[in-house]
Design a protein around this ligand. Structure first.
Ligand code: SF4
Length: 432
C-alpha cells in the first residue's frame, strides 16, 4: 500500500541514537543529486535491515512548510542497510564535509520515519527465503559446525567455512551449508586477476577502508572440494554448490582444480546445480568447466558499459568483452546465466546504461538479472571511476519495469536458482 506522504528525515547524535526531524521530509539520492522519492516506492524497513549513522555527513531534506531543500543540521545523516532479497531504489542523500571518513563497504539506502516505523525505498526482488534472517538459528549452525568438522577432520576448506565464514563472518551461505540446506559455498582461489575498487576480500594498504573479509590463503585440492560437496548435493533440499565467494579472489584462476572436482562430483551424483560466481574473465576456462558439467554461471558487474566497468574492475590481462563471451559460452552449453548486477541509483538507471543493458541481454541471451545492492561509499565510488555527471535517469523501478516488459522471460532475483527452479516453472516476485 502506497504512503500518502514522504517519511520524515532521520538524524543521529553521533552516539548511536537515531531521531526523526518532522520539519523535514527525507529525500533520496540518484548519482550526485538529491531527489524526492515517489510515495509508492517506500516500504517498511524489512526484517534484518539495519540503520547506519554517517559521520561527517548532513542529511538533505525537503522543508515540510516551504517545500525547499535544506540540510538537517540537528545531527549526522542516517542510511538504511537493506537485507538480501531486496533491492534499494535510492541512496541516502547527504552533504559530505571535507574531513568526513570514507564509509565502509556496505550499501547506503535512503531511510525515513513515518507512523512509528522506519521506511526505505526498495522492492523485494527475490521470493527465495534462503537468506532471510528469521531462518537462522545460530545454535543449530554451531552444532552443525561441530558435526561436520568431526566428519571431515582434515579438510582445510571445511575448516575455513566453519571457523571463518560461518562463525566469524556470519556468512549466510556458509551457515546454510552447516544447516544442511540449499546453496553451499566453495571458495578456492587466493588470487585474482582484477583490482576492483570495492573489493570485499582485499583492499590495498593505501586505501582508506578495509575489506569486509580476508581472502583465502590456500589452494584447496579437488579431493577436498569433492569430499563435502557430493554429500551436500545428494542430501540437501534444493542443493546448489557455488564456486566464487566473497572470501576469495577469482575462481577461474583455479579452473583446472575446479574442472577436476566437477568431473569427479558428477561421477557420484547428478543431483543439484553446480554454479560459479565469477568476474567472467576467462571464457576458455568457462568452456572447459561447461564440458565438465557446470550448470550455471553468475558474472559480476557494476555496469553493462565498458567505460564504467574498466575503471572499477581495473582488470589484469582481460577485457570487458571477455565477460560477455563467458556468458555466451555457457548459453552455448544450454547453461543458466545470470549477471550479479551492482545497482547504483543514478548510474544503473541512466538512459546510457539502459541501452547497454538491453544490448547485453540480447547479445548473450541472458537468463537472469540478480539486482544486487552495491556495497560501497557512493562519493568514493563515483570519484574513483571519474563520474561527475550521470546523465538522464529513469529511476531503478522504472528500469526494472522497462526491462521486464521487453524481456518477459528474463528472470529477476537476488540468488542463484536451484536446478528445480531452472528446470521448473520459475515464478518471479517482481510485480511490474
Ligand atoms: S573480482 Fe572479486 S576478488 Fe577480484 S578484485 Fe574484484 S571483488 Fe575482489
Amino acid at each position: 500500500m502506497s504512503l500518502q506522504q514522504s517519511p520524515y528525515i532521520l538524524y543521529s547524535d553521533g552516539k548511536g541514537n537515531i531521531f526523526e526531524d518532522t520539519s523535514l521530509y527525507v529525500t533520496g539520492r540518484s548519482g550526485w543529486d538529491a531527489v524526492p522519492v515517489p510515495y509508492d516506492e517506500w516500504i517498511e524497513l524489512p526484517h534484518g535491515g539495519q540503520l547506519y549513522e554517517l559521520p561527517g555527513r548532513r542529511g538533505i531534506g525537503i522543508d515540510v512548510k516551504t517545500g525547499d531543500m535544506r540540510l538537517c543540521e540537528k545531527g549526522w545523516a542516517v542510511a538504511g542497510f537493506i537485507p538480501p532479497a531486496h533491492t534499494g531504489l535510492y541512496l541516502a542523500a547527504y552533504e559530505t564535509s571535507a574531513d568526513a571518513p570514507t564509509l565502509p563497504l556496505f550499501c547506503y539506502t535512503a531511510a525515513g520515519w513515518y507512523d512509528n516505523k522506519f521506511f526505505v525505498p526498495a522492492v523485494r526482488i527475490e521470493r527465495d527465503v534462503r537468506q532471510d534472517c528469521e531462518g537462522y538459528d545460530q545454535k543449530k549452525v554451531e552444532s552443525g559446525v561441530k558435526r561436520i568438522i568431526k566428519a571431515y577432520p582434515n579438510n582445510r576448506l571445511v575448516s575455513h567455512l566453519a571457523t571463518n565464514c560461518a562463525l566469524t563472518y556470519q556468512c549466510p551461505a556458509a551457515r546454510n551449508y552447516f544447516l544442511d540446506r540449499w546453496e553451499c559455498p566453495v571458495p578456492s582461489s587466493p588470487a585474482c586477476n582484477a583490482n576492483c575498487v570495492g573489493c570485499i576480500s582485499l583492499q590495498p594498504g593505501e586505501e582508506p577502508i578495509v575489506s569486509t573479509q580476508d581472502r583465502l590463503t590456500f589452494k584447496p585440492t579437488a579431493e577436498e572440494i569433492v569430499e563435502f560437496t557430493v554429500p551436500h548435493l545428494e542430501e540437501a533440499p534444493y542443493p546448489i554448490i557455488s564456486f566464487g565467494q566473497g572470501c576469495e579472489g577469482e575462481p577461474l584462476l583455479m579452473w583446472e582444480t575446479i574442472r577436476e572436482a566437477i568431473t569427479e562430483i558428477r561421477k557420484h551424483t547428478q543431483k543439484g546445480s553446480i554454479n560459479i560466481n565469477t568476474n567472467g574473465s576467462k571464457p576458455d576456462a568457462v568452456k572447459a568447466l561447461c564440458e565438465a558439467g557446470l550448470n550455471s554461471i553468475r558474472v559480476s558487474t557494476n555496469s553493462a558499459r565498458r567505460e564504467v566497468y574498466m575503471p572499477y574492475y581495473r582488470p589484469n590481462n582481460y577485457d570487458f568483452d571477455d565477460i560477455i563471451e563467458s556468458l555466451k559460452v555457457v548459453r552455448k552449453y544450454n547453461g543458466w546465466t545470470s549477471i550479479n548486477y551492482f545497482v547504483f541509483p543514478g548510474m544503473t538507471d541512466s538512459i546510457a546504461e539502459y541501452e547497454s543493458l538491453r544490448k547485453l541481454i540480447k547479445d548473450t541471451d541472458l537468463r537472469m538479472i540478480q539486482w544486487r545492492n552495491f556495497n560501497i561509499d557512493p562519493d568514493w565510488y563515483l570519484g574513483k571511476i571519474g563520474v561527475t555527471d550521470t546523465g538522464e535517469c529513469m529511476g531503478v523501478k522504472q528500469l526494472m519495469h522497462e526491462i521486464h516488459e521487453e524481456f518477459p522471460d528474463l528472470k529477476f532475483g537476488y540468488f542463484n536458482p536451484s536446478i528445480e527452479r531452472i528446470k521448473g516453472n520459475y515464478e518471479m516476485d517482481f510485480a511490474h
